[in-house]
Each structure stands twice: as structure tokens, then as C-alpha cells.
Design a binder for this molecule. Structure first.
Ligand code: HEC
Ligand code: HEC
Ligand code: HEC
Ligand code: HEC
Length: 452
């Protein structure tokens, strides 16, 4: 097994907002220590990895003996890291070279043209059975590199946020892989190395095509038999249409199979998958201990005082609405929104600035709470998350109106398709938050305010 990271490991972007810097820095250090436990064979430098400065990255790489590499990064005219390395494993020499993308944004550092940089690295590292490039560039930069440097067998991208669920085999037979963002998935590529081969054959895809061919062939045999047996003209026409359909499909599959074997020649056989690092994957005790320690550190945090956010600012908190909107409050209390903060507390993530914003009220609003330590009274996805800030309305409901019909965009600021893993479905989600018992739109006027 060889373990690589293609970059943007320590931070997803070059700039970290000042308010989150201390926390982000602790997380970057945790990541370095955790990755060390995984015995990496090559760690590329992409723009986010320089978020805490070149000095930090160099010092951390040295202290933890991490194999940080970059062939085209140049800082104050010097290459801060080796361009790559050759790893010997299972009797093979596996060469790995790192390249940063054009968007490197760190004082004194620039990313040079990756093409000559990779060519020079391959020259200087000596012979290898297999060349892997770890790239912090964009897809078009990667393609240019693959076109220009035929030695590359495999390119792993750490910059494009999208995962390549189905790795693209390039025209030349190289593979391009990406595992997506936020460390949620591990890309696993298994390769059966064939000496002398210069390309890959995805055995999974090939087997799928072969299976389809068998299926269509037997369908056609079956339909042909039925067609000879039938004396019903209408049925015969129906069978003929299906025969024509499968005949056409079979031709296409045969053509795909022929293309796959024609340009295959000698090929390394490969299979790939993205392993979801969810609860089904047992935690490594040493890594888990590091994470627990950091969560404790963050919960203790710098601001000791837990500021009551509802004392000032345009958000007053759901408790202020309950007296006049009893029915809506009763229904809302049964929804997961009311318990959204509890979910974070249960994981000890409520002080984490990567987490609290969507699990409290108003934090995504410019005038809402700006720190995980200043949310008291606004815990959970309260009324004002959907209806807008309500201090003025609560004080003077007749004069200041609220938004009575929150649009779908009120939801998608939090149900953003990423953190919720794409679960948001307006058709089924909206009825669940409406306050009438049926979930149908209501026109019932709210309970009038109590007499003053
Ligand atoms: C961009 C907004 C957003 C951020 C930031 C966010 N969440 Fe959530 N979270 C959601 C939404 C939306 C759901 C509900 C998803 C669903 O079930 O449709 C959710 C659900 C949850 C749940 C309960 C359901 C489950 O999947 O178990 C937990 C626990 C949770 N989030 C923890 C976290 C943690 C920990 C963080 C920080 C790493 C975080 N959230 C950051 C929006 C967010
Ligand atoms: C003092 C009582 C009172 C409080 C407190 C109060 N409301 Fe209202 N609310 C009303 C009344 C009365 C109406 C109906 C206004 C009308 O029809 O003239 C109303 C209407 C609404 C409407 C429908 C849209 C509109 O403005 O007509 C929404 C939504 C709403 N309130 C949300 C809230 C939220 C959220 C809070 C807490 C931040 C809140 N209210 C606090 C009395 C109150
Ligand atoms: C301020 C952020 C935020 C907004 C705005 C928001 N949600 Fe949520 N929503 C969450 C979070 C966080 C959860 C998960 C709560 C938990 O389980 O901890 C959630 C959970 C849900 C669930 C429960 C999912 C399940 O079955 O487990 C539904 C349904 C839902 N939201 C619908 C909506 C709709 C519809 C809107 C817009 C009208 C909306 N939400 C607006 C943050 C938000
Ligand atoms: C997840 C978003 C969301 C949250 C949180 C939420 N509401 Fe609503 N609210 C809605 C939607 C959606 C409607 C109805 C619009 C429709 O019927 O199409 C609505 C309607 C209303 C209305 C108009 C009368 C009615 O019942 O339809 C009032 C008043 C109201 N909400 C008050 C509240 C109060 C008070 C809270 C907090 C206890 C609250 N809402 C929390 C989304 C939300």
C-alpha cells in the first residue's frame, strides 16, 4: 500500500479569517499529527497548505518527518521542498511528484510551470516502474501536464472540490483521480502491475460491459424462440420491436468492448472506489484520542464568558415569540430544528466555528452572532432562522411585519447540498416545517396578542 495526499490538507483555502485563525491552526496541527499516524508516502503542497505560512509547513514537515513534496513551488527563489521521491514497495519503484496550482497565494511564493518541473523531477529521481503526480492545479492544467509528460501513469487532484467517482481514463490510458473535499472519503485504487504496460484497464468497467453483452445475447435468443412459436400477429410485432431494440443495444455494447480491447494492449488492471469514512469505519484509537483532545481544547476556548446574544442585536430568540404564537411554537418544538444545538453539544462540536452557524439562529446573517461563544438564547434553528430577525416585530407586532411565507432560499442557506450531503428535498421537507398539523399551507391568522 502507498498513501498519498494531493494537497489542501491543512486548510481548504489560502486565507483563513482572523477570527478563526487560532482554531484553524489547532486543526491544521491535529491533521498533521493524524496524517503522520497513517504513514504517508507523499504529501503535495496546494494553495491551502500555505495558509499558516511556509515556515510553519516546513517546520511541521521536519518535526513529524512528513514527506512533503513540490516540484514547482518556489519561495524567495528557492525550492522549499524536494520535488518528489521514489518509494519502493512490493518489489516496485513508485515515483511520486507534487505540483502546486497557479493560484498559490503566499508571500514570496509562486508556482512555476508544472510541465518542465515534472519533467526535471522525473529526470532527477531516476528510474521508476510507475509515475504518480499529485496535483494542486485545475482540470485544464492537469490535462496539459498529462499531454506533455507521457511518463505519468496516474494523476491525483487535490484542488478540484469534485470527486471523480469514476476516474477518467485519458485518451492515453492514464488515470485521473480525485477524492473530493473535507476528508469525507478515501480514494482507493487497486492496481495489478503488468511490467511494460503503459496504460490501465478498469477491470470493473470491462466486466460490466461483458455482463451486459451476455444478458442481451440471452434476451435475443429467448425473444427469437418466442417469435417462432407465436401465431398471434400483434404479439409477433411486439416481440419484433423488442428484438430490434436488443439487437441495437448488443451492437453498441460489442463496439464498446471491441474499443476497450483494441486500444488496451498490455495494461495494468485496476479497480477503484471511494470509501465513505462514516460510522461504519472503525475509528483508529490514536487518531480518535487526538480529536477528543482538540474538541476539549476548543470547548474550553478563549472567551470564557458565554455571551447572551439575545440581549442586543436584531435577533431576540424563539422564547420571545412563544407567548403570542403558541400553536406555531408547539409544532416547531417537535421538529429537529428545535434540537439542532443539542445535536452539536452531543458531539462536543458546539464551540467549533465550522459547525455552529447552521445549528443556531441568525449566525448566517450579517447582524447575527459572529462567535460560537455568543449564541446564548439563539441555540437551535429558531423562528427567526426562517422568518427573519424579530426584535422589532415582537415589540410592536402591529407595526412591524414578519416574512410570513419563507421561500426555499431561506432553507438552502443551511441545507446547502454539501453539509447535509444533498438530502434536502423541498417537496418532502417543506411540509415538515409548516406549522399546521397537516403540513399544508395555512392561512390561519396568528393568535392575537394578549391584552396589554
Ligand atoms: C451549512 C450549514 C451546516 C453546517 C456548517 C453544519 N451543519 Fe450539521 N446539519 C446541517 C443540516 C442542514 C442538517 C440536516 C440534514 C438533513 O438531515 O437533511 C444537519 C444535521 C446535522 C446533524 C444531525 C443529523 C445527522 O446527520 O446526524 C448533526 C449531528 C450535525 N449536523 C453536526 C454538524 C457538525 C459536527 C458540524 C461541523 C463539522 C456541522 N453539523 C456543520 C447544516 C449544517
Ligand atoms: C406581542 C405578541 C407577538 C410577539 C411577541 C410576536 N408576534 Fe408575531 N405576530 C403577532 C401578531 C398580532 C401578528 C399578526 C399581525 C397582523 O396580522 O397584523 C403576528 C404575525 C406574525 C407573522 C406573520 C406575518 C406578519 O407579520 O403578519 C409571523 C411570521 C410572525 N408573527 C413571527 C413572529 C416571530 C418569529 C416572533 C418572535 C421573534 C414573533 N412573531 C413575536 C404577535 C406577536
Ligand atoms: C439556520 C439553518 C437552517 C435553516 C434556515 C433551515 N434548516 Fe432545516 N435543518 C437545519 C439543521 C441544522 C437540521 C438538523 C437538526 C438536527 O437534527 O440536529 C435541520 C433539519 C431539517 C429537517 C429534518 C430532516 C430530517 O428528517 O431529519 C427538515 C425537514 C428541515 N430541516 C427542513 C427545512 C426547511 C423546509 C427549511 C426552510 C423553510 C429549513 N429546514 C431551514 C438547519 C436549517
Ligand atoms: C424551518 C423554517 C421555519 C421555522 C424555524 C419557523 N417557521 Fe413559521 N413558517 C414557516 C413556513 C414555511 C410557514 C408557512 C408558509 C406557508 O404556509 O406556506 C410559516 C408560517 C408561520 C406563521 C404564519 C401562520 C401560520 O401558522 O402559517 C407564523 C405566525 C409563524 N410561522 C411563526 C413561527 C414561529 C413563532 C416560529 C418559532 C417557534 C416559527 N414560525 C418557526 C417556516 C418556519
Amino acid at each position: 500500500m502507498v498513501v498519498f495526499d494531493a494537497g489542501n490538507l491543512y486548510s481548504k483555502s489560502a486565507r483563513v479569517p482572523e477570527a478563526q485563525r487560532a482554531e484553524a491552526f489547532s486543526k491544521a496541527t491535529l491533521i498533521a499529527e493524524a496524517v503522520k499516524l497513517g504513514a504517508p508516502d507523499g504529501l503535495n503542497v496546494a494553495t491551502g497548505d500555505l495558509a499558516f505560512g511556509l515556515a510553519w509547513l516546513k517546520e511541521t514537515s521536519q518535526r513529524l518527518e512528513l514527506p512533503t513534496i513540490s516540484a514547482n513551488l518556489s519561495c524567495s527563489g528557492e525550492a522549499p521542498f524536494p520535488p518528489g521521491r521514489v518509494v519502493e514497495r512490493a518489489g516496485l519503484r513508485i515515483g511520486v511528484v507534487g505540483v502546486a496550482g497557479k493560484d498559490v497565494d503566499s508571500p514570496g511564493c509562486v508556482a512555476g510551470d508544472p510541465v518542465p518541473a515534472v519533467q526535471a523531477a522525473i529526470q532527477s529521481l531516476g528510474a521508476a516502474d510507475f509515475w504518480v503526480v499529485l496535483s494542486g492545479g485545475r482540470n485544464d492544467e492537469d490535462q496539459r501536464l498529462l499531454d506533455a509528460v507521457p511518463e505519468i501513469n496516474l494523476l491525483i487532484n487535490g484542488e478540484e472540490r469534485k470527486e471523480h467517482l469514476n476516474p477518467r481514463a485519458t485518451a492515453a490510458g492514464d488515470l485521473r483521480l480525485a477524492a473530493g473535499s473535507r476528508g469525507k472519503k478515501l480514494g482507493v485504487l487497486e492496481v495489478r502491475h503488468l511490467p511494460g504496460a503503459t496504460r490501465f484497464r478498469d477491470v470493473g468497467a470491462y466486466a460490466q460491459l461483458a455482463e451486459k453483452k451476455d444478458k442481451y445475447t440471452s434476451q435475443i435468443a429467448e425473444l427469437t424462440r418466442k417469435l417462432t412459436d407465436t401465431e398471434d400477429g400483434v404479439e409477433a410485432a411486439r416481440l419484433q420491436r423488442r428484438l430490434d431494440y436488443y439487437g441495437k443495444e448488443l451492437k453498441e455494447v460489442e463496439a464498446e468492448l471491441a474499443a476497450a480491447s483494441a486500444n488496451s494492449g498490455p495494461a495494468h488492471e485496476s479497480t477503484h472506489r471511494l470509501l465513505e469514512l462514516d460510522a461504519t469505519v472503525t475509528d483508529d484509537p490514536a487518531t480518535a484520542a487526538l480529536i477528543t483532545a482538540l474538541k476539549d481544547e476548543l470547548s474550553r476556548g478563549a472567551p470564557v464568558v458565554d455571551t447572551l446574544a439575545t440581549a442586543t442585536g436584531p435577533f431576540v430568540g424563539s422564547a420571545a415569540c412563544a407567548g403570542c404564537h403558541g400553536a406555531q411554537t408547539a409544532q416547531w418544538s417537535t421538529t429537529p430544528h428545535a434540537a439542532a444545538y443539542t445535536s452539536l453539544v452531543a458531539q462536543n462540536r458546539h464551540r467549533d466555528s465550522d459547525c455552529y452557524t447552521c445549528h443556531v439562529t441568525g449566525a448566517l446573517h450579517p447582524d447575527g452572532p459572529k462567535s460560537a461563544f455568543a449564541v446564548r438564547g439563539l441555540e437551535g434553528v429558531g423562528c427567526e432562522s426562517c422568518h427573519g430577525a424579530g426584535r422589532e416585530h415582537a415589540a410592536n407586532p402591529g407595526a412591524v411585519r414578519m416574512n410570513a411565507t419563507p421561500a426555499e432560499t431561506a432553507c438552502t442557506s443551511c441545507h446547502d447540498g454539501v453539509k447535509d450531503e444533498g438530502r434536502f428535498d423541498p417537496a418532502s421537507y417543506l411540509p415538515k416545517v409548516r406549522h399546521s398539523s397537516t403540513g399544508a399551507p395555512t392561512a390561519t391568522p396568528p393568535t392575537p396578542p394578549p391584552a396589554p
